[in-house]
Design a protein around this ligand. Structure first.
Ligand code: AMP
Length: 303
């Protein structure tokens, strides 16, 4: 097994200027694993409540995601509700109910302890570390987080960052985490806390990668239909880590390609609510959009 992902499996209620969805399948581990499944084999570690429906489990199964580490506990599934404004870049969280996640103690199956790639999805930093500790010798640890955890568990998050190779985080959270308004300086500060690279997601403005030696920027794909940005960050991470695990290429060139595959998955994800678009993609569509990205950003060198 190549990738192990810990994160939320959730019921989301989402309002955007273009529509709304009530109690639909969501969660960081969900979007991540479905996106990653197009590139590599992937297993999840998470918990759901006794209200979790079989048809939602089916979404993972149909994509070949290993759900043996998905525990079912008495109580309610994690739920989140959010609202997006007209620009769709800013999301207001209306409610977060941790429910069964509040007392979740992940115990990894023996086979999951050999994962080569580890994704610490958006969930409490204590839980993220519990999982890292149980994996024998991961080649790469990537991590996401959000304002909820930056505000509630800042110290614990700093401990997690010491164990992380690549932090994948959005621009607002980068500024908040570093307590620094300038994105470049905020990124540099976070790099000094442990991660070897930072991938900053900037919503409709694309992605900026920073490491010790270089920077790389990619735009978001200009789309005619954007319905729901929920999960864009996690499907980006799924495409990104999925491609790295599938190709085993961790060179700078490999990381740049992975960033474009991540952007491709995020761009498809926002075209429909919940997993509507992400779960039904073909690899041909993924390649087509990768090439469209290449075209979009190509320019000649000067003589
Ligand atoms: P994103 O990819 O950043 O849009 O993440 C969206 C997903 O994150 C949603 O499907 C939510 O269920 C999940 N989520 C929101 N808040 C939290 C939280 N505090 N902890 C874990 N997952 C969350």
């Amino acid at each position: 097994m190549s990738i192990l992902a810990v994160g939320s499996v959730a019921y989301d209620s989402v309002r955007t200027p273009f529509g709304s969805a009530e109690r639909v399948l969501g969660g960081s581990a969900t979007y991540f694993s479905v996106a990653a499944s197009y590139f590599s084999d992937v297993a999840i570690v998470a918990v759901v409540g006794d209200d979790f429906e079989d048809k939602d489990l089916q979404v993972f199964r149909e994509r070949g995601v290993d759900v043996e580490g998905l525990e079912r506990a008495p109580g309610k599934t994690f739920s989140w509700s959010g609202e997006y404004g007209f620009a769709l870049n800013d999301c207001k969280t209306l409610e977060t109910q941790l429910n069964v996640f509040a007392s979740f103690k992940p115990r990894l199956l023996e086979k999951h302890r050999d994962a080569a790639f580890l994704f610490l999805g958006n969930i409490s930093p204590d839980l993220q570390r519990e999982v890292v500790r149980q994996v024998r010798s991961p080649k790469l640890v990537a991590c996401d987080t959000m304002n909820f955890w930056i505000e509630k568990e800042f110290k614990s998050l700093l401990e997690t960052l010491k164990l992380v190779d690549i932090l994948i985080i959005n621009d607002g959270e980068t500024r908040e985490l570093a307590n620094e308004a300038n994105l470049y300086r905020a990124g540099r500060k976070i790099l000094s806390w442990g991660p070897r690279a930072l991938v900053i997601k900037r919503g409709e403005y694309g992605v900026l990668m920073m490491n010790d030696k270089s920077m790389f920027g990619a735009p978001a794909f200009p789309l005619e239909d954007v319905f729901d940005p929920t999960g864009a960050g996690d499907s980006f991470a799924g495409g990104f880590v999925g491609f790295l695990a599938g190709s085993q290429d961790l060179s700078e060139a490999g990381i740049r390609k992975a960033i474009i595959f991540g952007s491709v998955m995020a761009s498809y994800n926002v075209e429909k609510f919940s997993l509507g678009r992400l779960k039904e993609l073909t690899f041909q569509e993924i390649q087509q959009r990768y090439r469209a990205f290449k075209q979009l950003t190509h320019f000649e060198d000067i003589e």
